[in-house]
Design a protein around this ligand. Structure first.
Ligand SMILES: Nc1ncnc2c1ncn2[C@@H]1O[C@H](COP(=O)(O)OP(=O)(O)OP(=O)(O)O)[C@@H](O)[C@H]1O
Ligand SMILES: [Mg+2]
Length: 368
């Protein structure tokens, strides 16, 4: 469903397929493995963010996509053809604007066209690119006369002048202050919407990734792609919090935070969910609501669940089977099959019966 990615009717965006890409650098004491079997597909016009810890190989991956370097193993294809070298249709923007100080803004932006020998016939593109980044009146200014944000906009214009079909963004906003970063995030997204190029953004900033991209890929330290946004979105939807993606934990209620913790577990698509008194700290009402929610999740997802709890009723409300442990050293002293349909009712006489039985095994029948 390509049409869903960018609102522009005609996509100029380029597709990317990385197939089992591995890359290593020669070091004094052997090889430094940076990317390990990275496979990913980017649809034309998609905006994909790559997140990952410092040094995991994000910039290396972008460099491979520019064609400045070829992967040691695996293949990289754009629009179905192999990447064999740099091409103006794939342009990278770095963290540092790296403008030539002796050239005016116009001359900096014109660089790509000049290098390709098409500046004379395509001068209007320079003006267009400067307009796109909101700096048409700064054409004749030198870099030292620009603010950091303006310089980064010029760097963006220098990329856009080539009318790239794929824009590679390597932390382009990380040197900017917070408010400028916010502004530029919006501007880049708007540019992407207007132009329809494919965007691949490397960032450390989770919020930035979620604000800007359609999809977020998380790289692990050894460059293994771990998860992506649809999974994160799915997990957030599963716990009923799709609209909380950009909220910080300190602004969440305890109940919501607990659900985020569940989502964080679910994002791994576990086949077994181990719950060690996950609801122990919640007030009783919230606790009841969460019990129902977790049971519903379990029913929908089909994982195996192993719940540790002190609360007999909780065990009976949630589980298929309850194992009762003795005091230390633990032995299993009883096993009860809970053959009640969901949703269960606390007032169910069968429930009361089983509760009494469990309390008996715990030596607590007097408290019944
Ligand atoms: N040309 C090179 N020669 C040797 N080692 C390199 C080279 N380029 C990168 N590395 C090493 O490869 C690893 C990955 O580098 P890369 O720049 O891709 O990481 P990154 O994920 O972009 O990190 P950061 O988030 O800090 O920008 C690092 O340990 C880096 O030192
Ligand atoms: Mg980097």
């Amino acid at each position: 469903m390509v049409a869903a990615f960018a609102p522009t009717p005609q996509h100029t965006g380029m597709s990317l397929v990385a197939d089992r890409v591995s890359h290593a650098f020669d070091m004094n004491d052997g090889k430094l493995q940076v990317l390990d079997n990275v496979s990913l597909t980017v649809e034309p016009g998609e905006f994909v963010a790559l997140l990952g810890p410092s040094g995991c190989g994000k910039s290396t991956f972008l460099r491979l996509v520019t064609g400045l370097e070829l992967p040691a193993e695996g293949s990289l294809e754009v629009d179905g053809g192999p990447i064999t070298g740099p091409d103006p249709s794939r342009i990278i923007v770095f963290q540092d604007p790296t403008l030539y100080p002796w050239r005016t803004v116009y001359q900096n932006v014109a660089l790509g066209l000049q290098a390709r020998g098409i500046l004379k016939t395509h001068r209007s593109r320079v003006d267009q690119a400067l307009s796109l980044v909101g700096l048409p009146e700064f054409a004749n200014v030198y870099p030292h006369q620009l603010s950091g944000g303006m310089a980064q906009r010029v760097a963006l214009a220098r990329a856009l002048v080539n009318d790239p079909r794929m824009l590679l963004l390597d932390e382009p906003l990380s040197n900017l202050d917070a408010s400028l970063r916010q502004e530029m995030k919006i501007e880049i997204v708007q540019l992407w919407q207007r132009k329809g190029f494919t965007a691949l953004l490397v960032t450390h900033d989770v919020e930035e990734a979620l604000m800007m991209a359609n999809r977020v890929l998380v790289l692990q330290a050894r460059g293994i792609l771990k998860t992506h946004r649809s999974r994160v979105d799915q997990a957030l939807s599963l716990v009923g919090l799709p609209e909380f993606a950009n909220v910080y934990p300190q602004h969440l209620s305890v109940r919501i935070a607990e659900r985020v913790a569940v989502a964080r577990a679910l994002v791994n698509d576990p086949r077994m969910l181990l719950l060690d008194e996950p609801l122990g700290k919640l007030d009783s009402l919230t606790r009841l609501a969460m019990q129902t929610e977790i049971v519903q999740l379990w029913q929908r997802k089909g994982f195996t669940a192993l719940l540790v709890t002190h609360d007999v009723e909780e065990a009976l409300m949630m589980a298929n089977r309850v194992l009762v442990c003795s005091p230390r050293p633990a032995r299993i002293v009883a096993e009860l099959k809970v053959d009640l349909d969901y949703p269960r009712h606390r007032g169910d006489p069968r429930m009361a019966e089983m509760r009494r039985e469990i309390l008996h095994h715990l030596g607590l029948e007097d408290s019944w």
